[in-house]
Write a protein that binds this ligand. Structure first.
Ligand code: ADP
Ligand code: MG
Length: 400
């Protein structure tokens, strides 16, 4: 529902842990590219009805394989269609309300992940065009929501970070912004001094869970600040892409928007704050998983390069059928899944696909039931608990 405002989000009861919700799985089929057209290739998918997709059979079994998803976007779908009908606006509203959400794009290299999330990759000058992707459009929507919800006593603050995971190393994609903010002068001889691997840690404090230590997070007072984080990240990702062949198809890029909502509870200055976030993840190309067929050193290499993607697949199948693994979800086995643990165990996933294998992966993700949890400060939680206790005591003693 693209017209909904955060106010419409009333169906999530904080006290109800059983409010399981299906993960949204959306499939976008891209148009044929020049090469495919030149080779007069034929499409291998059919769209028999809403949310349905048939993939042509092959080999011994020529029957078409049917799949059902929340939404199936046909090749003529626009970027505008994606933001309006993919359900992402609802995730943004949930992030504003204190939930952790994730949008990720999965598929082979060339299937349109980056196109869908960021629009034309690296084309900074063309960025303000019809082509802008889901991230840009989501940010516009987020700030529109914030403008519309000027509630008395409620303030929101937005922060963002952009990182990349390559070969199980976490690197910040916000370099200049970080330097600018810290007042450092650009070191021309060593343009990337802060481009070093960051540690993923776990903290119990404020239910923080897994986080990236020393990751630069940009305060975003307005939409342009958030767009600046995105643009810088795209540019930095692009540079790396030149430096190393196929880099972008082997790395995961994740932009996280953190939203803190502070609400004044009473005139004594008690504030309740909720921390929500939304991750946008452009995953490494899924074709690399095929390399698991290799042996010895090559297997080790392939596993490491794409460990995060492999573990994500395992987590998704474990989440979609918890009985299979005694309820154990191996989030801790890779950097990416650690960082997505709260939202995968909590909220939404979006996928896009090209191959049959991808569709199976997507179909399995659709089965995940999540239990959205609002993250609150422990201090605020304690206040709420005490308040409830006071109220019930007052009731008991007929004060109310
Ligand atoms: P990936 O990130 O999955 O490797 P890209 O997003 O880079 O793939 O897409 C590969 C190429 O296909 C790019 O040139 C991109 O502009 C184009 N492309 C992908 N999806 C679409 C689409 N829906 N409409 C038009 N062009 C697309
Ligand atoms: Mg890409």
């Amino acid at each position: 529902d693209s017209t909904g405002s955060p106010d419409t989000l009333s169906n999530y009861d904080e006290s109800d842990d059983g409010g399981a919700d299906n993960v949204n799985v959306v499939v976008r089929v891209r148009p044929m590219n020049q090469r495919e057209l030149a080779n007069s290739e034929e499409t291998c998918v059919q769209f028999p009805g809403e949310g349905q997709l048939w993939m042509d059979g092959y080999g011994k079994d020529p029957r078409p394989k049917p799949f059902t998803f929340n939404v199936v976007f046909e090749p003529d779908a626009t970027q505008e269609d994606l933001i309006e009908h993919s359900g992402i606006t609802r995730l943004i509203e949930m992030a504003l309300d204190g939930y952790s959400c994730t949008v990720f794009c999965y598929g082979q290299t060339g299937s349109g992940k980056t196109h869908t999330l960021t629009g034309s990759p690296g084309l900074k000058k063309d960025f303000y065009s019809e082509d802008h992707g889901l991230m840009y459009r989501s940010f516009v929507y987020l700030f529109k929501c914030l403008d519309q919800t000027k509630e008395e006593g409620v303030t929101y603050s937005v922060r963002a970070s952009y990182l990349e995971i390559y070969n199980e190393q976490v690197l910040s994609l916000s370099l200049e912004l970080a330097r600018f903010n810290s007042g450092q002068v650009k070191d021309l001889l060593n343009p990337n001094p802060s481009q070093r691997s960051l540690a993923v840690r776990w903290s119990k404090r404020q239910k923080r869970g897994f986080y990236v230590e020393n990751l630069f997070t940009v305060e975003c007072a307005e939409l342009d600040d958030l767009i600046a984080v995105l643009e810088e990240g795209i540019a930095n990702r692009h540079i790396s892409g030149h430096a190393m062949n196929e880099y972008s198809s082997r790395s995961h890029a994740m932009l996280t928007v953190h939203v803190t909502r502070e609400e004044k509870e009473n005139d004594e200055g008690v504030y309740i704050s909720k921390h929500g976030k939304i991750n946008f993840v452009d995953l490494a190309g899924s074709e690399k998983t095929k390399e698991t067929h290799c042996v010895g050193q090559k297997l080790v290499e392939a596993n490491n390069i794409n460990k995060s993607l492999l573990v994500l697949g395992t987590c998704i199948s474990a989440l979609s059928d918890p009985k299979k693994r005694d309820g154990h979800i191996p989030f801790r086995d890779s950097k990416l899944t650690k960082l997505l643990a709260d939202s995968l165990g909590g909220n939404g996933v979006t996928l896009m696909a090209k191959s049959l294998l991808t569709l199976r992966y997507a179909a399995s993700a659709k089965k995940i039931k999540t239990k959205p949890i609002v993250i609150m400060d422990p201090r605020d939680k304690l206040i709420l608990v005490l308040k409830r206790e006071v109220t019930s005591l007052q009731k008991e003693n007929n004060y109310l």
